[in-house]
Design a protein around this ligand. Structure first.
Ligand SMILES: Nc1ncnc2c1ncn2[C@@H]1O[C@H](COP(=O)(O)OP(=O)(O)OP(=O)(O)O)[C@@H](O)[C@H]1O
Ligand SMILES: [Mg+2]
Length: 391
């Protein structure tokens, strides 16, 4: 993520020093020597973060916070003060500064502070939906973790090549969302994505749901032919959710159907030809089930031409800010709210918490916080107590 930092100080050597230190860490910089210049840069939206000196020749640094409060969007501000007294600090923080540091600047402290600000900036960009165009139409947040970048790259390739994909991952890690993503970015996006939850359907019904039946399979002769989902998904994608719940007999029939791209309806005699890409998802360990003879190994290999494992949220905490921004935007629309910010400490608590229910649980926590909050900003007190005080 590219971040531009505005460095405001009337002393040239301070500006040069700070600029060199910050640039070395890979951030872009612009500078201002006066209050007026700083205000102009911020108003024009030229920076993502401000490092602001207190005493400037033409104004008092913290006043910028008050003036900025009316802007539709204002970047986080880190105040740098030569007078480290408590009163000033309290005043600065009350006016909405992210942090304040005393001169001479301890660079390790500054770097930490910038890191915190960059989480807020990432959250904010997602909230404003400033993502790259390719992903804009999809409600799928990638985040900045290497793991998720790999996930998306694999998913994208599989989507272009119509490969069968097996998605594994704990509950709430986004298996359903990833299946939709593959459909949306792939060559089959104009055809259907047909989903079936194998755990939610009685096993006798599952076969009929998947493959359909011919009227003569039932005593009631008036029955009409039923078209199965495999046929509905022709040219498109069949999403087999919770595949581990599929009974072995149906697994056998599915294997044949995938291999030959044709199948018989229940009680049917004429094979039905299809062209179906299969995405399946499981939160159980299929290799273990194969060991226990509960899942067919040959089917497993057919399903996992491309295998994608979604990491649990606790292994990609750096993605939390963007997800938080995404959910704030989502619930703003759903609940007709206008929440625009989150306290840095609250964002940190969300990042540090071990989400057993993964993204689903995070989403619920944000929804709850938005219901409780003052309507503009999520505060620490709005978070569930287990997030505020983790065991
Ligand atoms: N990458 C993502 N971007 C945005 N929202 C996400 C993402 N991943 C998951 N979510 C959200 O998290 C919630 C859970 O996702 P999903 O239903 O896809 O999880 P799952 O892995 O299928 O869970 P389960 O195993 O319980 O079926 C949904 O509300 C979904 O919108
Ligand atoms: Mg699911």
């Amino acid at each position: 993520m590219s971040i531009t930092i505005l460095i405001v100080d009337d002393e040239e050597h301070t500006r040069i020093n700070l600029e060199a230190l910050v640039k070395e860490k890979g951030y872009s910089t612009i500078t201002a020597a006066t209050y007026a210049e700083a205000k102009e840069q911020v108003t024009k939206g030229n920076c993502d973060l401000v490092l602001m000196d207190m005493q400037l020749p033409d104004g008092y640094g913290p006043n910028l916070l008050i003036e900025m409060a009316n802007l539709p969007y204002h970047p986080p501000v880190i105040m740098i003060t030569g007078y480290g007294d408590i009163d000033t600090a309290v005043e600065i923080m009350k006016n909405g500064a992210m942090d304040f540091l005393t001169k001479p600047v301890d660079f390790a402290r500054l770097e930490k502070s910038i890191k915190r600000a960059s989480d807020i900036i990432a959250m904010r960009r997602e909230l404003d939906h400033l993502r790259d165009e390719q992903n804009q139409s999809v409600n799928f947040v990638v985040g900045k973790s290497e793991k998720m970048k790999e996930v998306v790259e694999l998913a994208w390739k599989a989507a272009q090549r119509k490969a069968n994909v097996l998605i594994s991952g704990e509950t709430g890690t986004g298996k359903d969302v990833l299946a939709k993503y593959i459909h949306t970015v792939g060559t089959r996006r104009f055809k259907s994505l047909v989903s079936i939850n194998c755990a939610a359907i009685q096993s006798t019904m599952l076969e009929i749901e998947l493959f359909g039946y011919e009227p003569n399979s039932f005593t009631g002769a008036a029955q009409k032919r039923k078209v199965g989902l495999m046929e509905v998904a022709d040219q498109g994608i069949l999403f087999l959710n919770e595949i581990s719940s599929m009974p072995l007999e149906i697994q056998a029939k599915l294997l044949t159907a995938i291999e030959s791209q044709s199948f018989l309806r229940v009680a049917g005699l004429q094979p039905v030809q299809v062209d179906v890409q299969v995405i399946s998802a499981s939160n159980r360990n299929l290799p273990q089930m194969i060991e226990a003879k509960e899942f067919r190994e040959d089917l497993y290999y057919r399903l996992k031409v491309v295998e994608i494992e979604l990491p649990p949220l606790r292994e990609r905490r750096e993605d939390v800010p963007e997800l938080v921004g995404h959910f704030i935007r989502h619930y703003n629309m759903n609940m007709a709210m206008n929440v625009q910010a989150i306290e840095p400490q609250a964002l940190e608590a969300l990042q540090n918490y071990t989400w057993k229910g993964n993204i689903r649980e995070l989403s619920n926590a944000i929804e709850r916080a938005m219901i409780l909050c003052d309507g503009e900003k999520i505060k620490m007190a709005d978070l569930p107590s287990e997030v505020r005080h983790p065991a």
